[in-house]
Design a protein around this ligand. Structure first.
Ligand code: GLC
Length: 499
């Protein structure tokens, strides 16, 4: 079976993973030094958020040069070394490509190559993904389109050069040993060239356009010629539209945002799992199971809230979370995600059970905060530099000050503090990532009481998750549990794998 169909993929946000040169920013040296940690964790691949030179307007998603490494992270030669060293430890590398836009400091935009962007005499009524108008005026009075920040002008995918350039960039990274590519905002790059106003009930002029499939078919040919994998970031509520991108000659897999946003509720989770599996089966693509990433609220915080679903629109500072409850559920959710058929993603710090940290307003960097007029706290809270060791900031991360402040009460979350502790999140993740390999084949739901999810995999092995209000019987011998059994029964908000 192809490795990616049931892989565990660890997401590295380079700025916040580990700082090797002491400047308070994560870098490639930091990652290289921690490769043994990642190998021992038991993951199969590393996905790096953008590591290219960037104007820093959107956490690296404003790329100046796709064929370079931002000097704050290291050099291209070092990235090549990292890819090779990781591979020796059994870890494949996935790079992040952003086809929808480039930085306003990208040579094309700087050189005034207007035909490669969307310039118009006047704005239309579209809305930026980060709030506000997606149009910015330049000196001669014309406007350019940017679905995200003004520093991220959208590319014109009708132009052959844009297409050729991206195909070349794919080859560039596959040539350097990348095993896969994560495609950012993958349903946005193509626009209706007339840029018509948004009208309720009319086809959307810039989301999920049919022309995208042709682009990804040619990417697939390139990827296949290297044995590489294409992973789409497809935020699409409609499961059948989503699955069209996973047809055998298009993308290999895509992130499961339905599952990521799903509340902690047995019926809702079961529906999400069933819908996911049903959508993927006809195109023979593996499902993916994602609990968090660099854009969303940390999972222990989300599950400890009254509303345990995720949505960008509902994010507010100061929302109360019972972290003990959230952590308990996150442990159970990890066992659920890792027992399901398909690939699983682990966002850095998830394995440490890090909560969301509310960054003080004057230290916020994420443009979502400013563009929402300060209503949305932004995404920095899930991007805090990782705590590795010690009792106080920077917790072994590297130099100080760290680019985002770390909370003063994270000493119990460090890798050192959790290492060897049988009850820690890290110990649970390590065990689960090792033991999940026992699962393979399809899923069969078991007859369980209300509020309890239970399924068996074809390979044998059963997963039971108790979202009801009372302990339940476990149908066999427990191999791994997210919480101690209570009188031999599975506690509330706990999960177990059963032989
Ligand atoms: C994706 C990224 C996000 C970024 C946006 C614009 O959604 O995950 O972090 O801000 O695209 O590139």
């Amino acid at each position: 079976m192809s490795w990616w169909r049931d892989a565990a993929i660890y997401q590295i946000y380079p700025r916040s993973f580990a700082d090797g040169n002491g400047d308070g920013l994560g870098d490639l040296a930091g990652v290289r030094a921690r490769l043994p940690y990642l190998a021992a964790l038991g993951v199969d691949a590393l996905w790096f958020n953008p590591w290219y030179p960037s104007s820093g307007a959107d956490g690296g998603y404003d790329v100046i040069d796709y064929r370079e490494i931002d000097p704050v992270y290291g050099s291209l030669a070092e990235a090549e070394k990292l890819i090779a060293e990781a591979r020796e430890l059994g870890l494949r590398t996935i790079v992040d490509i952003v086809p929808n836009h480039v930085s306003h400091l990208h040579p094309w935009f700087v050189a005034g190559r207007r035909e490669l962007f969307w310039f118009r005499d006047r704005p239309n009524n579209w809305v930026s993904e980060f709030g506000g108008s997606p149009w910015t005026q330049v000196a001669d009075g014309s406007w350019y389109l940017h679905l995200f920040t003004a520093e991220q002008p959208d590319l014109n995918w009708d132009h052959p050069l844009v297409r050729a350039e991206h195909e070349d960039v794919l080859r560039f990274w596959f040539d350097r040993g990348a095993a896969g590519v994560r495609i950012d905002s993958a349903v946005l790059p193509v626009k209706d060239p007339a840029l018509p106003d948004l009208v309720d009930g009319e086809p959307h002029p810039y989301v999920d356009r049919d022309e995208l499939h042709d682009i990804y078919r040619s990417w697939r040919q390139i990827a296949d010629s290297y044995g590489g994998v294409l992973i789409g970031e497809l935020w699409l509520p409609d499961a059948s539209r989503f699955a069209r991108y996973l047809r055998p000659d298009e993308l290999h897999t895509a992130f499961n945002f339905d599952f990521l946003a799903c509340p902690w509720d047995a019926a809702r989770l079961r529906t999400s799992i069933d819908t996911t599996l049903a959508a993927h089966a006809p195109v023979d693509a593996p499902a993916t199971w994602v609990l968090s990433n660099h854009d969303v609220t940390r999972v222990v915080t989300r599950y400890g809230r009254e509303d345990t679903s995720f949505s960008f629109a509902a994010k507010r500072a100061g929302t109360f979370s019972d972290l003990a409850l959230g952590t308990r559920r996150a442990r159970a959710a990890a066992l659920l995600a890792m027992a399901l058929p398909g690939a699983v993603y682990v966002y850095q710090g998830e394995e440490l059970g890090l909560p969301e940290y509310e960054v003080p307003a004057d230290a916020i960097r994420d443009p979502m905060h400013a563009r929402s007029g300060g209503v949305d706290p932004g995404r920095d809270g899930c991007r805090i530099p990782l705590p590795w060791s010690g009792d106080e900031p920077p917790y072994g991360f590297g130099g100080t000050p760290t680019w985002l402040p770390q909370p003063s009460d994270w000493s119990s979350f460090t890798v050192d503090a959790q290492d060897g502790d049988p009850e820690s999140m890290l110990t649970l993740y390590r065990a689960a990532l090792r033991l999940r390999r026992r699962f393979s084949g399809g899923l069969r739901w078991l007859d369980t009481p209300d509020g309890v999810l239970g399924f068996a995999r074809e390979s044998g092995g059963t997963c039971v998750v108790n979202l009801s209000s009372a302990p339940v019987e476990v149908p066999g011998e427990v191999v791994l549990a997210s919480a101690p059994l209570v009188d031999g029964r599975l506690a509330v908000d706990a999960a177990a794998w059963v032989a």
